[in-house]
Ligand binder design. Structure first.
Ligand code: GRF
Length: 200
């Protein structure tokens, strides 16, 4: 049986779309069975058009209520949770409920340019300000810290002279789609995400 995947989003949903496309091409042995957003966002359309259960949670709720809502909307038979451009911090109760089953995508080569407040264009501006010749993206497990969990995979992206943060963001995002789909495909082939195998 293929892995049941829940995807959390906050933005344009281009990574969610890349996952749907990879599943439709048969590259990922998985099935997105829930999409969850913490705000009204463009990415919702990809769930709605495919008639995938879609849930909206309110990021402005007090943390304990937010945690309860999140736990309530994640289907019980979820194998893998993907934070694909999800901007809220998941409360510890949620992380503890799914140990080593939540992964996040970050648009830099962690541990560089991670942590609270480092998201979107802020990351790319920091890379350019530091004069780095190379940036990239990272898929990592989510732990109680911000962008501190064990790194699963990374891919480098060159910085070109004359780049502004928007140019760099576009180049990194193209690489993110590939890295995320390849990493999810690899995870879905192995336990505990692949339901045909015994749990490790
Ligand atoms: C991605 O660049 C991701 O790294 C970051 O947020 C962005 C979301 O993009 N965490 P999208 O919503 O998947 O298009």
């Amino acid at each position: 049986m293929s892995a049941n995947i829940a995807v959390f989003i906050s933005g344009s949903g281009s990574n969610l779309k890349a996952l749907f496309d990879a599943i439709e091409r048969g590259e990922i042995d998985g099935n997105i069975h829930a999409v969850i957003a913490d705000r009204a966002c463009q990415g919702m359309q990809y769930a709605v058009s495919r008639r995938i259960p879609f849930f909206r949670i309110d990021r402005k709720l007090p943390p304990d209520v937010f945690a309860k809502d999140v736990l309530h909307v994640i289907p019980k038979d979820t194998d893998l949770i993907i934070l694909a451009g999800f901007l809220s911090i998941l409360p510890p109760a949620v992380i503890q409920a799914f140990p080593k089953r939540i992964i996040n995508l970050h648009p830099s080569l962690l541990p560089k340019y991670g942590g609270t407040g480092m998201y979107g264009l802020r990351v790319h501006r920091a890379v350019l300000a530091a004069g780095d010749e190379c940036s990239g993206c990272t898929v990592h497990y989510v732990d109680d810290g911000v962008d501190t969990g064990e790194i699963i995979a990374q891919a480098e992206v060159p910085v070109h002279s004359g780049d502004d943060a928007h140019h760099l963001q576009k180049r990194v995002q193209r690489q993110e789609h590939e890295l995320l789909c390849q990493t999810v495909a690899a995870l879905c082939r192995q336990p505990p995400f692949n339901r045909n195998k015994d749990f490790a």
